[in-house]
Design a binder for this molecule. Sequence first.
Ligand code: NAD
Length: 412
Amino acid sequence: MDIFEMAKIPLQQAIEAMELDENTASIISQPEKVLEVSIPVRMDNGKIRVFTGYRSQHSTAMGPAKGGIRFHPGVTMDEVKTLSFWMTCKCAVANLPYGGGKGGIIVDPRELSERELEALSREYIYKISALVGEYTDIPAPDVNTNGKIMSWMMDEYSRLRGYAVPGLITGKPLTLGGSLGRNAATGYGVLVSTKEAFKKIKIDPKTATCAVQGFGNVGAFSAQLLHDIGVKILAVSNSKGGIYCKEGMDPYAVEKYLQGNKGILAGFPGSEPISNADLLELEVTVLVPSALELQITKENAARIKAKIISEGANGPTTPDADEILKEKNVLVIPDILANSGGVTVSYFEWVQNLSRFYWTEKEVQEKQEQIMVEAFRAVCQAAEKYNVTPRVAAYIVALGRIEAAMKARGWC
Ligand code: NAD
């Protein structure tokens, strides 16, 4: 099963549980607009190479489309369409005034020189400029794209318009209107939703323990912020292996160690090695999968001992594992809720760009917390009302809001 097949199962369960109106269901089954573009780039050897790119706007019912741009050899139109639908749902769970979009180019960026990459980025945004814009469709970084690429795209689009348009795109560096708090935003969202889960099942964070799979952007911030509220971090891992400290570790010291040790966690003072598979099955209060998809499956779900799973990564748990975890009373905070901190602070970046008025990091975090707490509570209420898993409940919340917006606009 791939991640797209996987997303369809809880979605279908949500449609059935809430008896979603047939008209709404048929409108959201297709993106509103898709564009395929050819992108000729003069390569360093003087020859022209033509790349293919896509942009999909799934929905604009709740506001302009919002979603990243990925550079990957495996990008397809179908993938981009599905991911744009996912963004519609993620934005709606957080109740952001956005629909969903996604874009991509079929390319392995590691094969390009910096000049070629810049030329590709600029030509792509030029080619999709009829679709994107600060009030219509706002891109962001995704797999293999970053702040530098966003800056080139913002610049190219601004040249077309004749004035600076920072609100075109989010994930920019601070100097071009990026938001404070964006780097930590997804980890901060994992913290906020985990704190809500602690309250819900009456756990004092100071008595809690945690294991984090994937000590990258999301995982490292999650570990550090949970550590700050007193949670004991027992294990962390990355693609090169994991470490376990019976008495808990300082994730700030782990990050420093990692930087000086070529990205290898092994050998961190006071730790012993642990495999990624064993890490998932540790006796901990919270498990934060923040690396890859398809990690908790029907093979290992029965052996999971965590009371809470906060999904930092996209798609780490399969639907059949969800059922097993529900039976075991494990509280799973689904990806479209737990990792929505990233898109929430992207929304703040856009708001700041439109108003040309910038917030402090504290303001960003306070506003993020408010949005994510409300989203968490809405999902819990729906899970109780419809007696479904939190993942299905998150889709119910999203679809309910999208349907209400469509009805109010007279679309169905
Ligand atoms: P990242 O590249 O910064 O970190 C990923 C980490 O996972 C790295 O430490 C890597 O070594 C580790 N990893 C890779 N393979 C592994 C394996 N087999 N076992 C254990 N660890 C492994 O990426 P990120 O930005 O932290 O994203 C992680 C996940 O979170 C992805 O699923 C991503 O889609 C999702 N996500 C990220 C954001 C964001 O704002 N960065 C927002 C929403 C969702």
